[in-house]
Write a protein that binds this ligand. Structure first.
Ligand code: C5P
Length: 230
């Protein structure tokens, strides 16, 4: 297998610090940051807006139509900002970042058609650009031949605290217990789904960030990347 030098993958559960760290690492290396969670969230928003009931008998066909006509664009956020997302040219960056949309993204991400479509889009980007790809299945499924793979983890309690702080900064008040329960459910669902379950690739470096600062994690990753460049 020919290693892909232009791709770094960062996978892990929600709230492990992936977005912040992936963005910083991408900026330091002058790579493009690819936020694949945003892509699943945009599909979730479109599912919600179209009133599609994923449990209905003819859901598969409708979902296929929805994906065929999906008009999604991502753009870099400013410094310290999350990726901006557009659905049919409308800015949906805030609409996709609610806890409800996170849960629906997790639900739609178990649909094979959704995974197929988004995997294709992600690989097309990886063929064109030098990227830090962040998600759940970047190192295992989408870019198995990436040269550098990381799996970022932290305890569920630490992740719930971080998520609460993040939401507070956006003016959203959500109970810690509720976030912890959501994180546990998403972990369970993301890890147990049949397709592209959340797990570290065999050749990924696993980092537990519970007791590490963001800067420490980024410095560690940079050291690994720089050491392995020939
Ligand atoms: O990372 P983020 O929290 O934005 O992702 C939202 C949801 O999208 C995740 O809980 C997961 O179910 C799904 N996802 C995925 N594969 C990816 C990225 C996200 O299944 N590569």
């Amino acid at each position: 297998m020919v290693e892909k030098n232009n791709i770094i993958t960062i996978d892990g559960p929600s709230g492990a610090g992936k977005s912040t760290i992936s963005k910083l690492l991408a900026a330091k290396l002058h790579y493009t940051y690819l936020d694949t969670g945003a892509m699943y969230r945009v599909v979730a928003l479109q599912v919600e807006r179209s009133g599609l009931d994923l449990e209905a008998e003819n859901a598969g066909k409708k979902l296929e139509q929805l994906l065929d006509t999906l008009d999604m664009t991502l753009a870099p956020g400013g410094q310290g900002q999350e990726t901006r997302a557009f659905l049919e040219s409308q800015d949906v960056s805030e609409a996709i970042r609610t806890p409800e949309m996170a849960m629906l993204a997790s639900r739609v991400s178990a649909e094979p058609q959704v995974r197929k479509k988004l995997t294709e889009m992600q690989r097309a980007i990886g063929n064109r650009e030098t990227i830090v790809a962040e998600g759940r299945d970047m190192g295992t499924i989408v870019f198995p031949d990436a040269k550098h793979k990381f799996f970022l983890d932290a305890t569920p309690e630490e992740r719930a605290l971080r998520r609460q702080k993040q939401l507070r900064e956006k003016g959203l008040q959500v109970e810690y217990e509720e976030l912890l329960a959501q994180i546990r459910k998403r972990d369970r669902d993301d890890s147990s789904r049949a397709l592209a379950p959340l797990r570290p690739a065999a050749d990924a470096i696993v980092i537990d960030s519970s007791e590490m600062s963001i800067d420490e994690v980024v410095a560690f990753m940079l050291a690994v990347v720089n050491n392995r460049e020939e």
